[in-house]
Design a protein around this ligand. Structure first.
Ligand SMILES: Nc1ncnc2c1ncn2[C@@H]1O[C@H](COP(=O)(O)OP(=O)(O)OP(=O)(O)O)[C@@H](O)[C@H]1O
Length: 579
C-alpha cells in the first residue's frame, strides 16, 4: 500500500488541510461535554436561564463550526481520493498496455478489469478515509481519555480497562474476518469472468438455449460472493454488540461510582454526565476505528493486486540502442535473393506451459512471397505468425529480419512493418473510415477506398446508406461475419504493410470472394510479403511456399504439387476438401 501512497504527493494540500480541519472538529467535539457539564452544574443548579442559553449558544456554535470544518475536510478527501484513483487507473492502464501478450494471458482480462475498477475503488475509499478519520479517531480516543483524567483520575481508570478490552474484541474479529476479504476479491474476479463471457457470448448462449445454464453459473458465482460476505457479516456482527456491551457496562460503572462520589461531593452531576459523554465518544471512535481497519485491510489486499500488475514487467523487452530503421526495398520476389524473414530452428512454449506449441521450425521467407500456413486445429499456425511481430519471444532458435535478429530492432519499428488481421474480426465503435484509420491515422479517403476495394468490401460498403461514414456498433454487431472480416483486412491494408498476416481471415468468406480477394492482393500488393493462415487448402494452394504444421512440428514445406506428392498430412487435408 505504501508504494501506491506516492501518488498522494500530488495532493499534498488536501492531505494536510483535510485532517487539520477534522482535527479542529474533534477538538470542538471534546469541548462540548465540558460546556454541557457547566450547564448542569451552574445553569440548571442555579436556575440561571441566561447562563443556560449562553452555553447552549456556545454548543450550537461549536456544532456549526464543526460542520463547516467537516465539509472542508470532506471536500479535500473527495478531491484527493478521486484524483488518486484517476492517476493510479491511468498509470495502471498504460502499464497494462505496455505488457506483452504473455503477461496479459497470465492475468486474464477479467482480473485486469476487476483490478482497474473494483480494486482501485477500494483504494480510493481508503484514501478518503485516511484523510477523514486517520487523525481524528486516535485524537478523539486519546483526547477523551485525557479529558476524563482531568475530570476524575480514579474514575478514568475505567477507560484504561475498557480500551484494551475493546481493542482485543476488534483484533479477534479482524483476525477471523480478514482472510475472507482476500477470498472475496478472487471470487469477484470469477463473477467478472462469467459476466464478460456471458455478455460477449450472448448469441452463442441463446443459439444453444443455454440461458438457464449460464444464469445458474452466474448465480452460483454470485452466491459464492454473497456467502463469503455473509460469513464475514456473521463475524463482524459481533463487533458492535460486543463493543457496546463493554461500553455500557463501563458507563454503568461510571454512573455507579460517579453517583457515590457526587453523594460525597467529590464530583458534580455535570462531571458525571461529561464522563459518560466521553465514554460514548470513545466507544463510537473505536467502532469507527474497527471499520477503518476493515477498509484498510480490504485496501491492502487491493493494493497487493494493483502492485502485482505494476511490478510485472513486459517479457518482450527492447535492447538499448535498438535498431529503428528497417530497410525494405520495394522489390518483387523475383528480384530478391536474401531472405526477408528467416525462421531458424525455432521452438516456442507459452509462458507457464511445459509443452512446446512449436518445435524446431525453420523456413526462409523472401520479400514479396506468399506463404500459406495450413494444419489441423491447435497445430500452431497462429502461434507461428504471432512470433513474427514479437507478440511472444521464441523459446529456442532465432527469427531474423533482413538477416538481423528480431530482438535487435525496436518493437515499434517491427510492428510498423506489419498489417495483421487476427482470427477474430475485432472492430471498434465509430465509423467505417475511423476503423480503417486505426491503422493509419492520416489515411486519405482515396487510400481508404483503395483498401476497401482490394479487401472486396466496396460493394457492401457503398450500398450502406452512409457509406464510409456508416457507424459500426460495439464489436461490429451491425455487420455480418464476412463483412467484418473484409473490413479488418481493409484496415490492415490501408497502411500498405510490408508484411501482411492473414490469420484465418477468409474463414467467413464464400469461395468466390476468397478467390477474388487473393487475386486483388496479388495484383495490388506485389512487393508485400503475405502470410496466409488457413484451414482451407484452396486458399493457400497457389502460395509460393506452404508450411504444413502438425502438432507444432513441420510436416512439410514446399509448393502445392510437391507437397501433395510428398506430405501425407497435406494430402489428407487436400483430399478431404478438394475432392
Ligand atoms: N495464449 C495461449 N496460452 C497458452 N497456450 C496457448 C495459447 N494460445 C494457443 N495455445 C496453445 O498452443 C497450441 C497451438 O495453438 P494455435 O492457436 O497456434 O493453433 P492453430 O493451429 O492456430 O489452431 P486453430 O486453427 O484452431 O486456430 C494449442 O495447443 C493451444 O492450446
Amino acid at each position: 500500500m505504501l508504494k501506491l501512497a506516492r501518488y498522494l504527493r500530488y495532493f499534498k494540500k488536501e492531505v494536510i488541510i483535510g485532517p487539520f480541519f477534522k482535527l479542529l472538529e474533534a477538538i470542538f467535539e471534546l469541548i462540548v461535554p465540558i460546556v454541557m457539564a457547566s450547564i448542569i452544574d451552574v445553569g440548571i443548579k442555579n436556575r440561571d436561564t441566561t447562563f443556560v442559553l449562553q452555553r447552549g449558544g456556545i454548543i450550537l456554535l461549536l456544532g456549526f463550526m464543526g460542520l463547516v470544518f467537516a465539509i472542508i475536510c470532506q471536500y479535500s478527501a473527495a478531491r484527493a481520493s478521486q484524483g488518486f484513483g484517476t492517476m493510479v487507473r491511468n498509470d495502471l492502464y498504460a502499464h497494462i498496455n505496455s505488457l506483452s501478450h504473455g503477461e496479459i494471458d497470465k492475468f486474464g482480462t477479467s482480473t485486469l478489469i476487476t483490478i482497474l475498477t473494483n480494486d482501485i475503488n477500494q483504494m480510493q475509499l481508503a484514501v478518503a478515509m485516511l484523510i477523514r478519520l486517520v487523525v481524528r479517531v486516535p485524537f478523539l480516543i486519546i483526547g477523551a481519555v485525557v479529558m476524563s483524567m482531568i475530570l476524575d483520575l480514579k474514575l478514568s481508570l475505567i477507560f484504561l480497562i475498557v480500551a484494551p478490552l475493546v481493542s482485543a474484541v476488534i483484533y479477534l474479529i479482524m483476525r477471523l474476518s480478514v482472510p475472507y476479504y482476500r477470498v472475496r476479491q478472487k471470487m469477484l474476479d470469477k463473477v467478472s469472468t462469467i459476466t464478460r463471457e456471458n455478455l460477449s457470448g450472448v448469441r452463442v448462449i441463446r443459439a444453444f438455449s443455454k440461458q438457464d445454464h449460464e444464469i445458474k453459473r452466474f448465480n452460483k458465482a454470485n452466491n459464492d460472493v454473497a456467502d463469503i460476505a455473509i460469513n464475514v457479516g456473521k463475524i463482524s456482527a459481533f463487533l458492535n454488540p460486543a463493543t457496546f456491551a463493554i461500553l455500557n457496562i463501563a458507563i454503568l460503572t461510571i454512573l455507579w461510582f460517579g453517583g457515590g462520589r457526587v453523594y460525597t461531593g467529590s464530583l458534580t452531576q455535570g462531571e458525571v454526565i461529561a464522563l459518560t459523554n466521553y465514554m460514548t465518544q470513545i466507544s463510537l471512535a473505536l467502532v469507527v476505528l474497527s471499520n477503518l481497519v476493515v477498509i484498510f485491510t480490504k485496501a491492502a489486499a487491493s493494493a497487493n493486486r494493483i502492485n502485482m500488475v505494476f511490478e510485472t514487467e513486459a517479457s518482450i523487452q527492447e535492447i538499448e540502442r535498438s535498431l529503428t530503421d528497417i530497410k525494405i526495398d520495394n522489390k518483387e520476389k523475383s528480384m530478391t535473393e536474401q531472405a526477408l524473414i528467416s525462421i531458424d530452428k525455432v521452438s516456442f512454449a507459452y509462458p507457464g506451459s511445459d509443452e512446446y506449441a512449436l518445435e524446431d521450425i525453420s523456413i526462409d521467407i523472401r520479400q514479396g512471397e506468399v506463404i500459406g500456413i495450413i494444419g489441423g486445429t491447435g497445430s500452431g499456425k497462429s502461434t507461428l505468425v504471432n512470433l513474427l511481430p514479437r507478440f511472444y519471444d521464441v523459446t529456442k532458435g532465432e527469427i531474423r529480419l533482413n538477416g538481423i535478429p528480431l530482438q535487435e530492432y525496436s518493437i515499434d519499428s517491427i510492428r510498423k512493418l506489419f498489417g495483421i488481421v487476427t482470427q477474430k474480426a475485432v472492430l471498434f465503435s465509430g465509423s467505417i473510415s475511423d476503423n480503417l484509420r486505426f491503422s493509419k491515422e492520416d489515411a486519405s479517403l482515396e487510400e481508404i477506398k483503395w483498401a476497401i476495394e482490394v479487401a472486396q468490401a466496396k460493394d457492401f460498403v457503398e450500398k450502406l446508406p452512409d457509406g464510409y461514414d456508416t457507424l459500426i456498433n460495439q464489436g461490429g454487431r451491425n455487420l455480418s461475419g464476412g463483412q467484418r472480416q473484409r473490413l479488418t483486412i481493409a484496415r490492415a491494408l490501408v497502411r500498405k504493410p510490408k508484411i501482411l498476416i492473414l490469420d484465418d481471415s477468409f474463414s467467413a468468406l464464400d469461395y468466390a470472394t476468397d478467390a477474388r480477394l487473393r487475386e486483388a492482393l496479388s495484383k495490388n500488393c506485389r512487393d508485400t510479403t503475405v502470410l496466409i493462415v488457413s484451414q482451407r487448402a484452396n486458399t493457400i494452394k497457389y502460395a509460393d511456399q506452404i508450411i504444413v504444421l502438425d502438432d507444432g512440428k513441420v510436416a512439410g514445406i514446399g509448393k502445392h504439387e510437391d507437397l501433395y506428392k510428398s506430405c501425407h498430412v497435406y494430402k489428407e487435408i487436400c483430399d478431404s476438401q478438394l475432392s
